[in-house]
Every structure is written in structure tokens, then in C-alpha cells.
Design a protein. Structure first.
Length: 326
């Protein structure tokens, strides 16, 4: 698994809910979620937030592939009766992604990922009480403008029963800079019915908050994060597959939000997540049953269980996936 350099997400438990997801069948690179969108909030996460490593065929691509994607994310303005001070505007984000991958000889490939995020809007500073005693939000002015550019290079080696990849990534924006190094590998059993996957990553981040309408009380802070993952998937039949994976992440350094008043968090954060999944494809219905379970715990006292049931239905227009999460 290659974790892109980015501002650290505020990890937490999943919330229960239900929904329907409709997607067109993507090119291989379109499945990569934007790091910025993952940072904005859990409401964007349609699927459970367990970490898995993308699957690769055990051979380099036959030819060079190029992909380009643009997406836009916009949040509704804050309700007027919930605002005490500041701007009601929230985030508007434009995301552009470029992806290029090509073979090098018979056993190697190299890939270049470039992503540019541009966001504008206002950010919550803290929650207070209005004149009538009701809870309200103190917002920053609508002066936040931030542009993030991330560049990553991945080289991958393929052999008969597996592959291994090494990725170097650098992300730079107005108030945050991060450099990460990641290694992942997967290998198959002799009968190709079982696949083991492992990954390790390390990121060194530097935060230099910008002064705006709301005062910021730090000039420079640093954060180091290491993460490791191990998982296995097993083909049970020609229409069924199961998997299990374990992820551990450790962060040390500045973990608070400098743009929120009196946001003081511990300088270390340990997270562990155990995830399992089952897929059963029904040929007659041209659809699959999806069952996922995730256990998450961290050193800040969070302990959560998430169960999700989904039905992925193929159609001429794409894939429709109603789901129920608890």
C-alpha cells in the first residue's frame, strides 16, 4: 500500500447509515480517492475505511497508459441560525489528477502520479454559545485559499507469483509539506487461490500555519507517521472470495489543528484496524453480495465496530450499489 503524502486525517469511528452508490466502470487509476477529500470528513467515505493494498496482475502493463481526471467537491453553507461570527461559506475544492504508467523491460514498470487540489472557503474555529444560549459556530473569514501539489513515482517489479513496489511521494501546499516512502508486496500460493499482501510506509510532515482573520499561535511543527499492513485473501469458489487484514499506524509530533481555538491533542497516536470481507457473485443476477466488518481502536480511547452489507448490481449504465452500514 502506498500512502500519499498529505495532511493527516482525523480518524474515528464509522457512523451508521444507508445509501446507494452509482458508478461507471472506471479506468484503473480512477479508483484512487483524493487525499484532500479523505481529509475533509467521514461523510465522503462511501465504503468502510479499512486499508487494503490495490491488486496488480503479476506482469507489467503491455503498453503505456495515461489517464486524466477532474472532480469538484462543494459543501453547503452553514445555516444562519448556527453561525455566531465569520463566514457561512464552507469548502469548494477542485481536484485534477494525471496518471502515467508504462513497462520497463519484461519485469518492471514505472508510474507517475500528479495531483493538484485547489480549495477556497472558511473553516470552523470553535463552538460557543449565542445570545439566546444555543450552541453556535465561530467561523474564520472566507479567506482560505490553498493549493496542494503532490507528485509520486512508483517502480514495480513483477515475478511469476507476485510483485513488489516502491513509491516516493512529495506533497506541498501553502501551510503543509510532506514526504513519504512506501513499500508494498503481494504474492500468490502455488494454486493461485490465496494471495498474501504486506506494506510499510513512512511520512515526514512539516506544518507552517498561515495567519489569517483568525489568529494562529504556532509557527512551525513536525509530524512523523509510520504504518504497516498485512492481509490475505482466499478464493473459496469460482464465485466467492474472502479476505482479512490488519493495519497498525503510529504518529508522533504535532497532531492538533492549529486553526481551531484551544485544540490540544496528545503528541502520539496509535491506531489499529482489523478488517474482514466476503464477496459472493450471483451469475444469474449479474450481481454480488458484499459483506464487510471492521474493528478500529486507538490510543485516544476510540473503540468501534462497523458492519456493512451491500449489493453490487451491474447494469448497462454502470454499477449500482445500495448498502446498509451499522
Amino acid at each position: 500500500m502506498c500512502i500519499p503524502a498529505k495532511k493527516p486525517p482525523r480518524a474515528g469511528p464509522e457512523r451508521q447509515g444507508a445509501g446507494v452508490v452509482a458508478t461507471r466502470r472506471p479506468r484503473s487509476f480512477l479508483g484512487k480517492p483524493s487525499p484532500l477529500l479523505r481529509r475533509i470528513g467521514q461523510s465522503l467515505a462511501v465504503l468502510p475505511a479499512y486499508q487494503i493494498t490495490p491488486a496488480y496482475a503479476d506482469a507489467p502493463p503491455a503498453f503505456t497508459e495515461v489517464g486524466l481526471r477532474y472532480s469538484r467537491y462543494s459543501e453547503d453553507s452553514l445555516d444562519a441560525d448556527k453561525l455566531i461570527f465569520g463566514s457561512r461559506d464552507r469548502y469548494d475544492i477542485d481536484i485534477t489528477q494525471l496518471w502515467i504508467e508504462g513497462p520497463i523491460g519484461a519485469s518492471w514498470s514505472v508510474a507517475l502520479d500528479v495531483q493538484n487540489d485547489y480549495q477556497t472557503g472558511a473553516s470552523p474555529w470553535f463552538v460557543g454559545a449565542s445570545q439566546d444560549g444555543k450552541a453556535g459556530v465561530i467561523m474564520s473569514g472566507a479567506s482560505i485559499q490553498d493549493n496542494r501539489l503532490e507528485v509520486g513515482v512508483t517502480t514495480r517489479y513483477f515475478w511469476a507469483d507476485g510483485n513488489a513496489g516502491l513509491k516516493v511521494s512529495h506533497s506541498d501546499e501553502d501551510d503543509y509539506e510532506a514526504t513519504s516512502l512506501a513499500f508494498d508486496a503481494s504474492w500468490n500460493s502455488d494454486d493461485n487461490a490465496r494471495t498474501w499482501t504486506t506494506s510499510f510506509s513512512s511520512s515526514a510532515d512539516t506544518l507552517t500555519p498561515t495567519q489569517g482573520t483568525i489568529p494562529v499561535f504556532i509557527e512551525r511543527e513536525e509530524l512523523d507517521t509510520q504504518s504497516m499492513y498485512f492481509g490475505v485473501s482466499q478464493i473459496l469458489s469460482r464465485t466467492a472470495i474472502a479476505r482479512i487484514g490488519l493495519n497498525y499506524t503510529y504518529s508522533e509530533g504535532y497532531l492538533s489543528d492549529p486553526y481551531k481555538l484551544r485544540d490540544q491533542r496528545p503528541d502520539t497516536h496509535e491506531r489499529i484496524a482489523l478488517s474482514t470481507g466476503y464477496r459472493q457473485f450471483f451469475i444469474a443476477a449479474d450481481a454480488s453480495l458484499q459483506i464487510d466488518y471492521r474493528y478500529y481502536a486507538d490510543s485516544w480511547g476510540t473503540d468501534s465496530h462497523t458492519l456493512e452489507l451491500g449489493w453490487a448490481q451491474n447494469s448497462p449504465l454502470g454499477l449500482v450499489t445500495p448498502y446498509l452500514r451499522y
